[in-house]
Design a protein around this ligand. Structure first.
Ligand code: ZN
Length: 336
């Protein structure tokens, strides 16, 4: 979807590991943490107090990377070029319960999270100066998320970011050439091959993409070509919640740990144009490779040349496919 290559070298996992070992995430979080700036009724770092919320709750990030009141300016001098950028950054608390994560939330609770994603995509996307809405979640210390309270973020902005733009170009090219969605055809081929499918329900498929870069990279795709999350029917929304829950349970079950990841939804830009080429999907980029404490680093060759993966997409899919859909904490009867 981006036209880029990945180097696959599965023999590399045989090398002895003397590199960095991560700390295990803390287990047994309380339902309420008086020192957490995301828990209901607590004071945030910016000074505002959270309401006593009971469902997913969103607010403007106290330390937004993008600001809405930015003057449009250009700078060009010789080879140097810059443009001002405006936008809005929001934080979404998935639940008032500090101890939860998506895999241990109920499908109804995850459906509520999807509802707030839809509300934000619609409201932010309707603003004149917002042409792209990026919904994402960084989970775990390893991914730079220091607060275990279940939460995600939204960065909405004027310029369409490069990753979305690359996919837009490819999706449009395929749609123009064949009159179909590239992901619809891709999913049909994957279902037929059944080599990288992790699970499916009536409306969604979870698979390790053929071009996966991260060891257990996973993509959730609707079977029907839906350009953005506003187009989900009631049944599709429930099916999306179900597949998010089961996929994240499987990730947690690999090393029986709360699996860190960066997850995000790629969908049509909100630039007022028709985007029938867009087929929305959610990707999980989890860094763990060998164990709960040994992660994959994207350094050296990856920084200078191309991304490289250490296990094949088929090996990763096989592992994920073979795992239970019950969370390990329930199977082992341990508390998180
Ligand atoms: Zn909290």
């Amino acid at each position: 979807m981006t036209g880029e290559w990945v180097l696959v070298s599965p023999h590399r996992t045989k090398r002895p590991w003397q590199g960095k070992v991560e700390k295990l995430p803390e287990t047994g979080q309380p339902k309420y943490d008086p020192s957490c700036y995301l828990c209901p009724t607590n004071k945030r770092m910016g000074g505002d107090k959270n309401p006593d919320y009971t469902k997913p709750f969103s607010f403007v990030n106290d330390f937004s990377a993008l600001l809405s009141d930015v003057k449009k300016e250009h700078y060009k001098e010789g080879l140097l070029y810059a443009e001002s950028e405006s936008g809005i950054c929001k934080v979404i608390c998935f639940s008032p319960n500090h101890s939860l994560t998506l895999p241990v939330m109920s499908e109804i609770e995850i459906t509520d999270v999807i509802s707030i994603w839809q509300k934000e995509y619609k409201e932010l996307g309707a603003l004149g100066d917002i042409n792209h809405v990026q919904i994402f979640e960084n989970k775990g210390d390893v991914m730079g998320c220091s607060n275990p309270h279940p939460h995600g973020q939204i960065w909405a902005q004027r310029i369409i970011p490069q990753e979305t733009e690359k996919k837009s170009v490819r999706m449009k090219d395929y749609r123009d050439r064949y009159g179909r969605s590239i992901l619809e055809d891709y999913v049909a081929q994957e279902l037929k091959l059944d080599e990288r499918i992790i699970l499916e329900n009536e409306h969604f498929v979870a698979l390790v993409p053929y071009w996966a870069v991260w060891p257990y990279e996973t993509m959730i795709v609707p079977k029907r070509c839906i350009s953005n999350i506003m187009e989900l029917s009631v049944e599709e929304k429930q099916a999306f919640a179900q597949v998010i829950k089961t996929t994240t349970i499987r990730l947690d079950n690999i090393f029986e740990t709360s699996f860190p990841y960066s997850a995000g939804i790629h969908q049509a830009p909100t630039d007022g144009q028709e985007h029938s080429e867009w087929h929305f999907h959610m990707s999980f980029y989890p860094p763990l490779l060998r164990s709960a404490t040994v992660r994959k680093f994207m350094v050296g060759y990856e920084m200078f040349a191309d991304p490289q993966r250490d296990i094949t997409a088929e090996q990763a899919a096989n592992t994920l496919k073979g795992l239970s859909s019950e969370h390990y904490s329930k199977l082992n009867n341990t508390s998180l």
